[in-house]
Ligand binder design. Structure first.
Ligand SMILES: Nc1ncnc2c1ncn2[C@@H]1O[C@H](COP(=O)(O)OP(=O)(O)O)[C@@H](O)[C@H]1O
Ligand SMILES: [Mg+2]
Length: 338
């Protein structure tokens, strides 16, 4: 069996809370996961479980206050992003880690052309480089055309002159991907990048991310509430529930042998052809109040398998090679299959 490569990103026991008027909101409670070079990981879970907060804490984008990291490490290539300081973090964010979001229009300036914005981003990447390696404005423009070609925008030369409002949602997302990858990052974090797009375009953007991942040797952290997205672009899945990781497995393993009752509920709510799309909230009940989280299993109130032992917080159990679930009943559930 091949051993996984040393991780590019390693989130270890991250705990993060928000100071709110109502009290301390424990948004992330001791999550851990790794991403190997070239690997694509999906974080999946219903709205409010802490996916975006996790992404933003990796990027150092959470305002503090109200956000406060209580414990943990976020190791990127061995450096702890939680302690490197704002300057180094800005450098890493500009060059090594890039992010795309659900609504590309929010991140494009409506009054500048696509070319101006893309060339600006490319020029910004030159700042930290030795003079001899810096691109000229003309080289940056050529690189911009090249990047637009890589994201399969038709007529890239002409698109440089376009303004964001002249582009469709799918084309804008392609422009944002071009910007994100123009500095050749090692890690792309994509937070619900296709949620605002219609299904056909969604599939095209996912294919594009997959293709670019191979071309660029990228690692991808794909954040989504949609298991279909995970199935199409990810190698591994981290399932989050109420600020905790409840299961971590390869995509094949998760779909064939889901162990945590929450994961099983998610899989049961995946839409089937001919049926209207079900949502994750198809699981009865709601998330616990994280202003005063239960000390035992956080899924307790929604779980049909729950018993008295679940009043104690479950520890992650290894079910197979690189498959873990935090559930006292995980072993029975996984061996039962689906
Ligand atoms: N700035 C903030 N202040 C207080 N609570 C926040 C803040 N940002 C996010 N949260 C809370 O943290 C939880 C997780 O949010 P988020 O990561 O955005 O969820 P999602 O999984 O849908 O991306 C939510 O309950 C949200 O209300
Ligand atoms: Mg989110």
């Amino acid at each position: 069996m091949t051993r996984p490569a040393a991780p590019l990103l390693s989130v270890r026991d991250l705990r993060l809370e928000f100071a709110t008027f109502d009290g301390v909101y424990q948004a992330i409670d001791g999550i851990s996961f790794d991403i190997a070079p070239g690997e694509s990981i999906g974080i999946v879970g219903e709205t409010g479980c802490g996916k975006s907060v996790t992404a933003k804490s990796i990027m150092g984008l959470l305002p503090s206050p109200p956000a406060r990291v209580r414990a943990g490490e976020i190791l990127f290539d061995g450096e702890d992003l939680l302690t490197v300081g704002e300057n180094r973090l800005r450098e890493i964010r500009g060059n090594d880690i890039a992010m795309i979001f659900q609504d590309p229009m929010t991140y494009l300036n409506p009054v500048f052309s696509v070319g101006t914005q893309l060339v600006d981003v490319i020029m910004a990447h030159q700042r930290g480089k030795p003079k001899s390696e810096r691109m000229t404005k003309q080289e940056a423009r050529d690189h911009a055309v090249d990047m637009l070609r890589k994201v399969n925008l038709p007529n890239p030369e002409r698109q440089l002159e376009s303004y964001p409002y002249q582009l469709s949602g799918g084309m804008r997302q392609r422009v944002l991907i071009a910007m994100a990858l123009s500095g050749r990052p090692k890690l792309l974090i994509a937070d619900e990048p296709t949620t605002a797009l219609d299904v056909t375009i969604q599939a095209q953007i996912l294919d594009l991310i997959d293709e670019l991942r191979a071309d660029f040797g990228l690692s991808v952290l794909m954040i989504t509430h949609d298991l279909g997205v995970v199935a199409s672009v990810c190698d591994r899945v981290v399932v989050m529930y109420a600020g905790q990781v409840v299961e971590n497995a390869s995509v094949e393993r998760l779909f064939d042998h889901p162990a945590h009752p929450y994961t099983r509920g998610l899989l049961a709510s995946v839409p089937h052809p001919g049926r209207p799309a079900a949502s994750l909230s198809g699981i009865p009940g709601s998330l616990p109040n994280l202003l005063d989280p239960p000390s035992g299993c956080r899924f307790l109130g929604r779980c049909s398998l729950a018993g008295d032992d679940c009043l104690t917080r479950p520890v992650p159990v290894a079910l197979a090679d690189r498959h873990e679930a935090a559930c006292w009943r995980a072993m029975e559930a996984a061996s039962a299959g689906t």
